[in-house]
Write a protein that binds this ligand. Structure first.
Ligand SMILES: [Zn+2]
Length: 341
């Protein structure tokens, strides 16, 4: 089966009323962890790579690892998505390489730091839609600014300072024709999301619900949605790490989001924590070890467990074989039909 359009995966998720985790990758072990978790839970998969990941892996390595994953796990629908494209050019290079979905994050200027104007965002996102849809490639946009910084991308703001305005979100979708919309409802990138335990009022779920009411056909995306579980933090600190106390997004809040139009949930920090904890444990307990496999194998296993748990919690488990993946050419023809109508 070829790499799949994210639009199709999210349309199916909407029909089934579930969410799909989007997990970041930089190397082979992470891809293996995700695919094993997907097989174990029978889940469709969104794998995403940031600009940082593409640089780190020279992106050809990453792309060919994805093709290998596709070949080894033919029963799993697999999307390769660009996370936080900072410019039309970055999205273009991802599409040329073979990504089946791209995010144009026009909420920030191409420096990936400075919040942009609404007009700039519309213009850049429209341009990417015009380039991607004729190839059947999905487009995610963002309105409002997420908190924190991820792989050097982000304004470094507090998650609550630039929340998405629902009316503006509706206008944005109308003007751009995108497929999925990342919204700012109080989440932040990175491990340090909240300095105290979230109360259920921490995320602006009322705003999410309002946006979903205005845009029932648009797939909503929650970024910065790691839960930063205490047990994963504890393993790191137990074996010599120095994480400060921190809290992430409770899974129950994500599940409430999924009931209200959230179809894609970005998770990276939890996997980073799992990997680092497992490696620290081996280093601490077996300081005589020097074969990288002795710590990369448990690291991969630890990440697999987190991913499988999230796949189950988001509801995507059991849905891998619900539908036959459509070739991108069919998706392209659908976009063309819609445009002509
Ligand atoms: Zn993000």
């Amino acid at each position: 089966m070829p790499l799949v359009s994210m639009r199709q995966l999210l349309d199916e998720a909407a029909k089934g009323g579930y969410g799909v985790g989007a997990f970041n990758v930089n190397n082979m072990e992470q891809i293996q962890a995700i695919m094993e978790a997907a097989r174990e839970t029978k889940s469709p998969v969104i794998v995403q790579a940031s600009r940082g990941a593409r640089q780190y892996s020279q992106d050809k390595y990453l792309y060919h690892l994805m093709l290998a994953a596709n070949e080894l796990y033919p029963e799993i629908p697999l999307v390769l998505h660009l996370d936080h494209g900072n410019s039309v050019e970055t999205c273009k290079s991802a599409i040329e390489l073979g990504f089946t979905s791209v995010m144009m994050d026009g909420s920030l200027m191409p420096d990936g730091k400075t919040p942009s104007s609404f007009d700039y965002n519309v213009q850049a996102t429209r341009e990417v839609v015009a380039m991607a849809h004729p190839k059947g490639v999905t487009v995610e946009g963002e309105i409002g600014c997420l908190g924190g910084i991820e792989d050097g991308h982000g304004a470094g703001l507090d998650g609550l300072s630039h929340l998405t305005d629902p009316a503006q979100a509706a206008e944005f979708v109308k003007l751009t024709g995108l497929d999925a919309l990342a919204i700012a409802i109080g989440t932040s990138h990175g491990a340090y999301k909240f300095a105290k335990k979230p109360t259920g009022e921490t995320l602006k779920m009322d705003r999410l619900i309002e946006i979903h009411k205005l845009l029932p056909q648009t797939h909503l995306v929650m970024h910065g949605s790691s839960s930063v579980p205490k047990d994963l933090q504890d393993i790191i600190n137990q074996y010599g790490g120095k994480l400060k106390p921190t809290w992430g997004v409770p899974v129950e809040e994500i599940q409430l989001g999924i009931k209200n139009g959230v179809r894609k949930i970005n998770v990276d920090t939890d996997n980073r924590l799992a990997i680092t904890g497992a490696i620290r444990k081996v280093f601490f307990e077996k300081p005589e070890e020097f074969d990288p496999r002795s710590y990369l194998k448990p690291a991969r296993e630890a990440m697999k467990k987190v991913v499988a748990l999230r796949m189950t919690q988001f509801g995507q488990a059991g849905h891998a074989e619900d539908y036959a993946p459509l070739p991108l050419s069919v998706m392209a023809a659908r976009y063309e039909q819609k445009r002509a109508a």
